[in-house]
Design a binder for this molecule. Structure first.
Ligand code: ADP
Ligand code: TYD
Length: 208
């Protein structure tokens, strides 16, 4: 594909501060006059809603089903003709997503789903649209939990300390495994919002 826009994916454990940085970056780049499409996974499509219903215990869902739903949600996120990311990229938008396939690699592996299967199952998405950069907000699980407790009252399925530690470790394992096939930048998330944002901007400026 002759890509016109840029594609930035934010990653990190729950509570790492991703969404905060996505919002700041979106506002900053818009103020500079860029066309920005800011989005997230799980999406707000019907497939994303099923995922959220499972996480909120409104529906039953085996871990294998969850992993497969994320594959479908992501393909729809890319391909839907209303505001799909591919369409937005072709229109010249800078697309910023809060989570992409590296989240699947990290989160589903900790539930015993074979990482090679997850990578293969997401290969259509990776083939369609690989991020120019994955920005991993690298925040200690202890800090992440503290932030979540301070900021919210409903802690989702994955959000307890031992799980966050496993997910964090899985991300590091995934980074080793994918090596240079992905452009991944780690940003120290154990700092103020503004200090993190400075590093985010530095990485983004390298692309624009
Ligand atoms: P994520 O999207 O990674 O789950 P959020 O951006 O929603 O994380 O942040 C989780 C909570 O922590 C929110 O209440 C947010 O306001 C707060 N927060 C985000 N970044 C920081 C930071 N650098 N320092 C302190 N609190 C933060
Ligand atoms: P999200 O709404 O981004 O939560 P948070 O703001 O706390 O990071 O994501 C919801 C959960 O979905 C989160 O715990 C991570 C999980 N997830 C997966 O398990 N697989 C995936 O492919 C993605 C994108 C998210």
């Amino acid at each position: 594909m002759n890509r016109r826009g840029k594609f930035i994916a934010f990653e990190g454990i729950d509570g790492s501060g991703k969404s905060t940085q996505v919002k700041k970056l979106t506002a900053f780049l818009r103020a500079q006059g860029h066309n920005i499409h800011s989005t997230f996974e799980p999406t707000d499509s019907p497939i994303g809603k099923i995922i959220r219903d499972i996480f909120n215990h409104q529906m039953e869902g085996d871990q294998r089903v969850i992993a497969a739903l994320f594959v479908a949600d992501r393909l729809n996120h890319l391909l839907n003709t209303t505001d799909g990311m591919l369409k937005k990229i072709e229109e010249g938008y800078i697309v910023i997503t809060d989570r992409y396939y590296l989240s699947s690699y990290a989160y589903h592996s900790i539930h015993g789903i074979d990482l090679d299967w997850v990578i293969q199952a997401n290969s259509l998405s990776a083939g369609l649209l690989r991020p120019d950069v994955h920005l991993f907000i690298d925040t200690d699980p202890e800090q992440s939990i503290d932030r979540l407790i301070a900021g919210r009252d409903n802690i989702e399925m994955y959000e307890n300390l031992s799980t966050l530690k496993k997910v964090q470790q899985m991300y590091y394992d995934v980074f080793k495994k994918v090596g240079s096939s992905e452009n991944i930048r780690l940003i120290n998330g154990n700092r103020s919002v503004d200090a993190i944002f400075e590093d985010v901007l530095h990485q983004v400026r390298l692309l624009l």
